[in-house]
Write a new protein. Structure first.
Length: 75
């Protein structure tokens, strides 16, 4: 990805990206989810490694949230 595009989608560098992240976080919170739950460990190996290093209680809670409010769950 080009450095311009990376800076464009990075919430730390772009005000609009930060606003989008905040709005999305608030919408996810209504369903009991977190913004970090959107990261896919099969897509990014760094995410997979980070999940492997977390305590099992945190990973289990993440799995329960995803199971409860999966991508095809109708609210």
């Amino acid at each position: 990805m080009s450095s311009f595009l990376q800076a464009f989608v990075d919430p730390k560098k772009n005000f609009l990206a930060a606003m989008h992240m905040k709005a999305l976080t608030n919408r996810l919170r209504k369903y009991g989810l977190r913004y970090d739950d959107l990261y896919d460990p099969y897509y990014d190996l760094d995410i997979k490694e980070a999940l492997n290093r977390l305590p099992t209680e945190i990973v289990d809670a993440r799995h329960q949230r995803l199971k409860r409010h999966g991508p095809f769950h109708e609210a």
